[in-house]
Write a protein that binds this ligand. Structure first.
Ligand code: TEU
Ligand code: CA
Length: 559
């Protein structure tokens, strides 16, 4: 397998709005990020992925862009960005930007033109269709609730928006639009950025017949996802983007792809495919989704999680490359979702980190994950900010009359604002995030959980992440070793080996709060064993048969 810097890197995702506020307006900003570059260097990460920092009305907190080549007013200026980029590069850190080109904001100049008239030169930058008998062109629902089509009086047609009304989908069938996107990408890459995370990039090719979707259960709208996920021209578009732009730079590219499977993952990330380096798949973070998706969370089985993650490990083993993540700005906090934020909290956070960081692929740390930040449970829906949460609450409680307590429980478990409370820097007011009023409340547990506290404790989650990152840097086997799952039927233990040449590493993670017996499979022979990392102080005497402590994560080097 060929080597690459982005295969050997650890990425840290920053959601700027909630990271650090330098000017006291309660909103995170670029100068706040600049002030924390040394903290990130200390952690040992290599790449910073910035969620969108471009001009935006913030209907979807920056994922609705009104000017792709200007910085959002709340975040600062282009000079601030240039200083951030330089500051990162001076520290040997790379900057990956968020490319949101499945849709723009409805306040983008292109859309202002497009909606003026049917023969406007920008009309076909977006997807406009006449309805039929006063109904939208298809029965599709938007990810954020309601119809995926918005009727526009001025020209008597509907425009498509798979997300909010203020996020009209761009028309990738239009060559001129594609060239505009490539020109904008080149402009940023010429500034020296080091890569792109591409927002729902597998949605850009739609089935041009625009058929109705199937209506599941008591849904009001049809599920159009098969008609816009991994569409007919997606590989053509990505190969064109690669040829025209990406192939001119040595950059990290990762495509966010809801609905992608491991087979398709090979087509998007295979070296000879000349498309992307890696993708964010969603199959593992969707475990436990009930009939109503994430809003009807059910208990999940470890065997299901292991089956999914190992399928991706095996699927991309020889060609292509995995991203590895437990959470991001759309997902609940890792320790609350997959670990235990009540008992053995710290052990479970370290165990999850061990399980992910010892796998094959590029690990992504989401801001605050390294200090053990947890989900939040605000008393009132008025404390929430995410339009996905607010739209769902309104539809469920106010329109469908569902029990608000049950709906709040689903928000506590899966709502995106779990990941968007301000990073907890210290135990002063507002956790040191702002001297003003934060745009969203701080998680009340900031006095116990904050960066200042973990930095001072060599046994903290922060220093454990730092060790894992260093282990990856010091041992090629962690990057390039072959993955093999063991004990696949265990509902308690996630264990696997990594093999490179005559070296084998054994990774054993107890996902349960009870003591669990581990028996080394006979097929694993070894002469000697050396402990690599352990989230408990004491090391088991031998590994052929021993008891794992609650949420124990432990790694051995076998030769
Ligand atoms: O997310 C795509 C997406 O589908 C997620 O919104 C996720 O599947 C959903 O929130 C789960 O219910 C990307 C961005 O990461 C997200 O923040 C944006 O809201 C969305 O696209 C639109 O740009
Ligand atoms: Ca600010």
């Amino acid at each position: 397998m060929e080597k690459a810097w982005w295969k050997e890197s650890v990425v840290y995702q920053i959601y700027p709005r909630s990271f650090m506020d330098a000017n006291g307006d309660g909103i995170g900003d670029l100068r706040g990020i600049i002030s924390k570059l040394d903290y990130l260097k200390e952690l040992g990460i290599d790449v910073i992925w910035l969620s969108p920092v471009y001009k935006s009305p913030n209907d979807d907190n920056g994922y609705d862009i009104s000017d792709y080549q200007n910085i959002m007013d709340e975040f600062g200026t282009m000079d601030d960005f240039d200083e951030l980029l330089q500051g990162a590069h001076d520290r040997g850190l790379k900057i990956v930007m968020d490319l949101v080109v499945n849709h723009s904001s409805d306040e983008h100049a292109w859309f202002a033109e497009s909606r003026k008239s049917k023969d406007n030169p920008y009309r076909d930058y977006y997807i406009w269709k006449p309805g039929t008998d006063g109904k939208p062109p298809t029965n599709w629902g938007s990810v954020f609730g309601g119809s995926a089509w918005q009727f526009d009086e001025a020209t008597g047609e509907y425009y498509l928006h798979l997300f909010s009304k203020k996020q009209p989908d761009l028309n990738w069938e239009n060559e001129k639009l594609r060239q505009e996107v490539y020109k904008m990408m080149t402009w940023w890459l010429e500034k020296g950025i080091d890569g792109l995370r591409m927002d729902v990039i597998n949605f850009i090719s739609k089935d041009n017949n625009y058929p109705d979707g199937e209506i599941h259960g008591d849904n009001k709208y049809g599920d159009g996802s098969q008609y816009f996920m991994n569409g007919p021209r997606i590989h053509e578009f990505l190969q064109e983007m690669n040829k025209e732009v990406l192939s001119n730079y040595d950059v990290l590219t990762v495509g966010e792809m809801p609905g992608v499977n491991a087979e398709q993952g090979k087509l998007y990330t295979g070296t000879e495919r000349n498309e992307l380096n890696m993708v964010f798949q969603f199959e593992h973070v969707d475990v436990g989704n009930g009939p109503g998706g994430k809003w009807t969370p059910q208990p999940w089985k470890l065997t299901e999680l292991k089956e999914i993650l190992s399928k991706w490990q095996y699927g991309l083993a020889d060609n292509g490359w995995n991203s590895l993540y437990w959470n991001n700005h759309d997902q609940p906090r890792a320790v609350s979702r997959f670990g235990n934020d009540k008992e053995h909290y710290e052990k479970s956070a370290k165990m999850l980190a061990t399980c992910l960081h010892m796998m094959k692929g590029t690990p992504y740390i989401y801001q605050g994950e390294e200090i053990g930040m947890t989900n939040v449970a605000f008393e009132s829906i008025d404390d929430y900010r995410d339009l996905e949460i607010l739209n769902m609450y309104n539809e469920a409680v106010n329109e469908q009359g569902k029990d608000p307590n049950k709906v709040m429980q689903a928000i506590y478990e899966r709502g995106r604002d779990n990941a968007r409370t301000p990073v907890q820097w210290d135990d002063t007011e507002n956790a040191g995030f702002t001297t003003g009023t934060p745009w969203i409340k701080v998680n009340p547990n900031y006095k116990e959980i904050n960066a200042e506290k973990v930095l001072q404790d060599p046994n903290s989650i922060f220093h454990y992440y730092k060790k894992l990152i260093q282990i990856r840097k010091d041992n090629e086997i962690v990057v390039y070793g072959e993955f093999e799952l063991i004990h696949e039927d265990s509902e308690d233990i996630f264990a696997y080996t990594r093999t490179l040449g005559d070296e084998k590493w054994l990774v054993i993670c107890n996902f349960k709060s009870e003591v669990v017996r581990f028996e080394l499979p006979e097929l694993i022979n070894y002469q000697s064993k050396e402990l690599v990392i352990n989230n408990y102080e004491d090391t088991p005497k031998e590994i052929d048969l021993f008891e794992l402590k609650p949420y124990q994560g432990i790694v051995y080097k076998l030769t």
